[in-house]
Design a protein around this ligand. Sequence first.
Ligand code: G4P
Length: 541
Amino acid sequence: MGIYVRLFLIKNDKMAEELNKEIARRRTFAIISHPDAGKTTLTEKLLLFGGAIHVAGAVKSNKIKKTATSDWMEIEKQRGISVATSVMGFNYGDYKINILDTPGHQDFAEDTFRTLTAVDSVIIVVDAAKGVETQTRRLMEVCRMRKTPVIIFVNKMDREGRDPFDILDELEKELQINVRPLTWPINMGARFKGVYNIYEQGLDLFTPSKQTVSERIEISDVSSPKVDELVGEADAAKLREDLELIEGVYPEFDANDYLAGDTAPVFFGSALNTFGVKELLDCFVKIAPAPRPIQAVEREVRPEEEAFTGFVFKIHANMDPNHRSCIAFVKICSGKFERNVNYRHVRNDKMMRFAAPTAFMAQKKNIVDEAYPGDIVGIPDTGNFKIGDTLTGGEILHFKGLPSFSPEMFKYIENADPMKQKQLDKGIHQLMDEGVAQMFTNSFNGRKIIGTVGQLQFEVIQYRLLHEYGAQCRWEPISLYKACWIESDDEEALAAFKKRKHQFMAVDKEGRDVFLADSNYVLQMARNDFPKIKFHFSSEF
Ligand code: G4P
């Protein structure tokens, strides 16, 4: 073997080793919760532990939810903040942690769903007093569908909540997942004394503090009299009793069940008081998965493959309406991403290089030269990218996105300024590519219908069309129950159905057939009358 070949092989080995090391230390996840359960507070405390921020209160939550929906200036401002908090990266010990923010407002659920395509695991925050709420339930459905490993943090134990065993039962029932407590609260509310760390077998006592971290007390055995001294006899006895019950009722924690998405470890604490958070973080980095293989249409892509691949999971419009530039968020799936290297934009079949990709550390955006699987890079863009686009070193690959779900609300969109038809068309298409809402075109009359999961999205679309495209739109009511994607093995049956229901047929952005059912009753009747047609509430089946 020639010296150059040998040197080349050694260099290659070194690069592979470096890549593997970087992959193994990455943890990319999202925190999801119903608004107000404490997601922002928990995120902030995690950043505090990672040294990414130094005082609590530095992360401002996505407070759109707390402003009136018509307060557009505020929303514009928030869009700036939410770029900064979209991804927060920090180092914790040997680990590189990437937290992907999910918008807290219920109306932005679609955006949240899509963020879940870019994470390797999820932490769910539940308010101890309120239990499982609607938005959490819906997001959990997506986790279940994708078999995403889930950890649950039961927050606000410093308030009077429900009995922790009842909470566990509710989590199991409502989220349809097995649970296994890994910490256990000692009393609650004003009498909340701390948590016993079942995973590490230690006691963490509670000294309420919004800024600092409480001391950890090592105890080797819960039967030790030291526990009585520390928490009082009554609470110590209750703790021993509870722990015995837990051991009897819940099977021993098995990290493989967690990784398979079958069991969710549960932690108790109070994010506001920085309590139970370190236990969560320490266990999280140990058990949560590093970047995993991702299924593309063509094949499975492993993170340790040498060639770079990635996909766009989110597009953030710029705040400056005069320069219609965006940031495309790319999740790196394999290989090393490098600045100024040519990559293939598969959908456009075009080679592109990026001079100013940004990475997100703490709350800052910095230009980066390289990034690894699990990392997110932000690429400034002027309309080249759509959600779901794949970038590769050259191979033709298509990563599967999240299917579209039937919207909950529908309205016809009409042009309110005949001079600006072109601007309106362009604006609608770009906003749909950005994933703001879904559009269906009625096959019967050609009218465009916008479907959303909440009223606020209509207002956002109208506002942005005007401010970014100079186009005016008007909404007209349409009473619809669901959009169903239809298919059949029987061409004739499909044609007959489409003919009979021609007034209610539409196509989605991808040109797929969609039946617009105006009531549940109509849908049931259609199902009965056309048994050969399959009706789906999501676009992938
Ligand atoms: P979110 O991002 O999930 O919407 O929730 P966020 O963290 O903004 O928390 C919602 C409210 O709950 C905040 O109060 C926050 O201070 C409070 N909170 C979070 N964790 C705990 C906890 O462990 N115990 C208690 N008692 N409260 C907690 P706020 O008054 O709405 O906002 P702020 O003015 O305090 O920021």
